[in-house]
Design a protein around this ligand. Structure first.
Ligand SMILES: C[S@@+](CC[C@H](N)C(=O)[O-])C[C@H]1O[C@@H](n2cnc3c(N)ncnc32)[C@H](O)[C@@H]1O
Length: 326
């Protein structure tokens, strides 16, 4: 399925494209946003993605918009290490693309039979490595925190028992094991949350998001716009806390993100008038995958970047602890 760019009109309205400006599309994907920006003004767009499979689409845009589009293959958390500075906007559309979800060989979906991979990029451990090597308690924490799975322990018990019989290497195997553990009830597949949790873990999605926001803060010029579209509450919580803190507010605590009091540095961002924008009913009916989207945006001030505040991150086990697994 082609990737439908979520909330593009709202993103364009927050961006206000202008001739001569430089935008970083930190999650290039199928280039829906990048193309929207290139069409809207005579601007320059730098697309970033960690998935090498986006290269052909990026090539089309470079050819079509001669000299105005360029792709850099990098995780967006490193956008401040690839020579970008003083840009006019950074736009992030967090998560996986429809193309990634729909390709069985990428292993993201329990609905399609494929290798248990789930990596957006081409480096690091796969979901199969995680399922093989993580301890019982780490599996439980990952399912609880990243999947918000209430029966995390039971899912982990069944996985541990199954892996004693042999490696779990396909999406079907894992979906069957989780279905046996949790049973079928309600509309959603019982493996939904476990798959989400493993995907977030394998791609270090929350760490990437937090470090990506910090990197954007470093490369935006004063007056530059930061626009972020997220798809679930864990992500939105990070963006919301990050922006509130950088706008000079005190961020309240939660179970995984203790209260961080901030008195000191000058606000590095001012938030947009409407703090959160959601997709229209028409968009949701046309593209149901947009239903949980939330857009937040803020304007960079001329204050220096904030000191690090990793306390905002609900990281339970870091994927780097598995690097040796491959
Ligand atoms: C939801 S899609 C973006 C779709 C895009 N806005 C469009 O209109 O086609 C997310 C894309 O971002 C990429 N991505 C996700 N996290 C990333 C990260 N931390 N660094 C670089 N790319 C990332 C994924 O590989 C995927 O291609």
């Amino acid at each position: 399925m082609k990737h439908y760019p979520v909330m593009l009109p709202e993103v364009l309205s927050a961006l206000g494209p202008q001739e001569g400006e430089v935008y970083v599309d930190g999650t290039f994907g199928n280039g829906g946003y990048s193309e929207g920006f290139l069409k809207a003004a005579n601007c320059k767009v730098i697309g970033l993605d960690r998935d090498p499979n986006v290269a052909p689409r990026a090539g089309q845009l470079s050819a079509q918009y001669d000299g105005r589009f360029e792709l850099i293959k990098t995780p967006f958390s490193k956008m401040d290490e690839v020579g970008l500075e003083a840009v006019d906007a950074v736009i992030l559309d967090i998560g996986v693309s429809s193309m990634q979800l729909d390709q069985a060989a990428r292993g993201f979906s329990f609905m399609r039979s494929g290798p248990l991979d789930m990596r957006m990029g081409d480096t690091g451990p796969t979901a199969a490595d995680a399922v093989k090597s993580l301890s019982h308690s780490d599996l439980i924490r990952i399912f609880q925190v990243y999947g918000e799975e209430r029966r995390a322990r039971r899912a982990a018990d069944f996985i541990i028992r199954a892996r004693e019989e042999g490696d779990i290497v396909t999406t079907e195997q894992l979906a069957d094991i989780v279905e046996k553990a949790l049973g079928r009830s309600g509309k959603i597949h019982p493996a939904t949350r476990v798959f989400q949790a493993l995907r977030i873990f394998v791609n270090d999605e929350l760490g990437e998001l937090y470090r990506g926001l910090c990197a954007a803060e470093a490369i935006l010029k004063p007056g530059g716009r930061l626009i972020v579209v997220t798809f679930h509450s864990l992500e939105d919580r990070i963006v919301k806390s990050f922006l509130r803190r950088r706008a000079g507010e005190v961020v309240g605590g939660s179970r995984y993100a203790p209260e961080v009091k901030h008195e000191g540095p000058e606000a590095s961002f001012a938030q947009g008038k409407r703090s959160v924008i959601k997709p229209s009913k028409a968009e949701i009916s046309e593209n149901p995958r947009s239903r949980s989207a939330k857009l937040r945006f803020a304007i960079r001030s001329d204050a220096p970047v904030f000191p690090s505040d990793d306390g905002l991150l609900p990281i339970v086990v870091h994927v780097s602890e598995l690097e040796g697994a491959r």
